[in-house]
Write a protein that binds this ligand. Structure first.
Ligand code: SF4
Length: 368
């Protein structure tokens, strides 16, 4: 069984009616449990749970300490190509945006890797747009091989591939895979993905499962908040993570909660996830998925990220550039995938983590 079967079962589910019917008693009952059902999770995502935020936060904090200790993983992205043949309406790299696109040579990949490694970062995410003709498997394989010289963990955030292709990159040294579904709502998915291979909802939805079967030790998923209805997106992200945990027990599952940011030529968010809602979702995720890692990127503002350290997150990105060759550039350009909000250096983020009583972790995994 794949997650497609699970999500199809919710095709006619009346989310609005269900959320409206949640009572204070439902929320209290969910908070009293150690293992939450899907119904409990829905209750904690509902408006009725908002007055219970303090209790949720305190439970989330306790669970995070129990499973992850006082540690905070650090990572950063490296963009190696911004060629893309998709038209995703929320992204600055979409195929209709006119700018000088770039793909790094392997020598430039190495320069980026060296500069980022100099900051202390040891876990990275390697990113491209979706343009297999420009960034074929052989190029990605060679780039991963270069990255492995500098980093103990190389995660991929590239276009969805088949199992055999994932296997090649895993063998080359990529250990983790990130695939955001962007929106779990099929109708919205169609409206925001106007052209290109990414229009294939099912192909993308099943990519994490192909990645798990191909041997990645860790898979990161999530929705881009701002596209579909926020509570529904949170619900599907959560049950997707639980499905993967259950079916691939040897794979570490992670979740991210990216909120849409401004990008050149991109649409504005259709549904806003505000800060209190964001905190509610993080704590609900932690209560529903006690062992799942939760990452927060530099899309979020520094003051907000600092507060989240205590609320259930386990990984922070730091010192990030979201344009191709960004670490080697003297000045920022306007050709980034999206604008970042937290521009602090790795050292500054490390200092903040320590001030909050946590231990920054640069490396917690290496392949022998
Ligand atoms: S989100 Fe990814 S696939 Fe879509 S336009 Fe941007 S880079 Fe391309």
């Amino acid at each position: 069984m794949s997650f497609l079967t699970i999500i199809e079962a919710f095709r006619d589910f009346d989310f609005e009616g269900h959320f409206n019917a949640v009572t204070d008693q439902d929320v209290r009952a969910a908070l009293a449990k150690d293992r939450l059902t899907q119904k409990d999770f829905l209750a904690l995502l509902s408006e009725q749970a908002a007055p219970h935020l303090e209790t949720m936060a305190s439970k989330a904090r306790k669970l995070t300490l129990q499973h992850f200790g006082r540690t905070m993983g650090l990572y950063a992205p490296i963009y190696i190509s911004d060629y893309c043949s998709n038209h995703c309406t929320y992204c600055g790299f979409n195929s209709t945006n006119r700018f000088n696109r770039r793909k790094l040579t392997l020598a430039e990949v190495e320069t980026e890797a060296r500069l980022l490694a100099d900051t202390g970062i040891r876990h990275i995410i390697l990113l491209t747009g979706e343009a297999p003709a420009k960034t074929p498997l052989t190029y990605l394989e060679a780039s991963v091989t270069v990255m492995r010289k500098y980093f103990s963990s190389v995660s991929l955030e590239i276009f969805p591939m088949d199992e055999a292709e994932y296997g090649v990159l895993n063998k080359a040294g990529a250990d983790s895979l990130t695939v955001y579904q962007e929106t779990y709502d099929r109708e919205v998915y169609k409206q925001v993905h106007l052209s290109g291979k990414k229009r294939d909802y099912d192909w993308r939805l099943l990519a994490p499962e192909r990645g798990a079967r191909a041997g990645f030790r860790s898979i990161n998923i999530g929705a881009l908040f701002g596209l579909g209805k926020i509570c529904q997106e949170a619900f599907f992200s959560g049950i997707h993570a639980r499905f993967l945990e259950h079916h691939y027990p040897n794979v570490e599952i992670g979740l991210s909660i990216p909120r849409m940011r401004k990008a050149e030529g991109a649409i504005d968010p259709r549904n806003i996830l505000d800060d209190p809602g964001f905190v509610q979702f993080i704590t609900a995720f932690r209560l529903f998925l006690p062992k799942v890692g939760i990452s927060i990127s530099t899309r979020e503002a520094p003051e907000f990220r600092d507060k989240l350290v205590h609320l259930g997150i386990t990984r922070l990105s730091a010192g990030c550039k979201t344009d191709v060759g960004g670490y080697a550039k003297e000045t920022d350009t306007d050709t980034a995938q999206f604008q970042i909000s937290d521009e602090r250096s790795v050292d500054q983020v490390v200092a903040m983590i320590r001030q909050n009583g946590y231990q920054p972790v640069f490396k917690d995994w290496d392949r022998i």
